[in-house]
Design a protein around this ligand. Structure first.
Ligand code: THU
Length: 131
């Protein structure tokens, strides 16, 4: 499954709209429902409005009616191995998982490497803190 998810993320990167950075990113999110949603980064001439691939994939899932939790997310870029998610995207992932989730990146020889969200963002701002 990790390789399939990684390959889907890599394929999604080909749709990236990146006229400014030319840095393509794709993401594929696996939910507990077993459904997979993909996204790519979408840039804007007002640079700060750029949407990252991971948040695009997650919002596509929510807009499609997904109600469950994320099990795993793969992130891929033809421009960089080990394309780590930015802090904003890590926080978005933490919103939609009850347990820890797998973050799959590209390691050596195009093989996926799996990290845990809790390694990348150990102190998460969780919604239960708002109550
Ligand atoms: N980018 C992502 O899509 N995901 C991240 O987690 C970090 C950065 C995109 C945003 C921008 O289009 C390009 O990479 C360069 O920053």
């Amino acid at each position: 499954m990790n390789k399939k998810l990684f390959d889907m993320a890599f394929a999604a990167a080909s749709n990236a709209y990146v006229p400014y950075s030319h840095f393509r990113v794709g993401a594929a999110v696996l939910f507990e429902s077993s459904k997979i949603y993909t996204g790519c980064n979408v840039e804007n001439s007002s640079f700060g409005l750029t949407l990252c691939a991971e948040r695009n994939a997650i919002s596509t899932a929510i807009a499609s009616g997904e109600k469950g939790n994320i099990k795993a997310i793969a992130i891929a870029s033809p421009n960089s191995k080990m394309c780590f998610p930015c802090g904003a995207c890590l926080q978005w992932m933490s919103e939609f998982c009850s347990k820890d989730l797998d973050v799959i990146l590209e390691g050596e020889n195009q093989q996926p490497v799996t990290l845990k969200l809790s390694e990348l963002l150990p102190y998460q701002f969780r919604k239960d803190r708002l109550i």
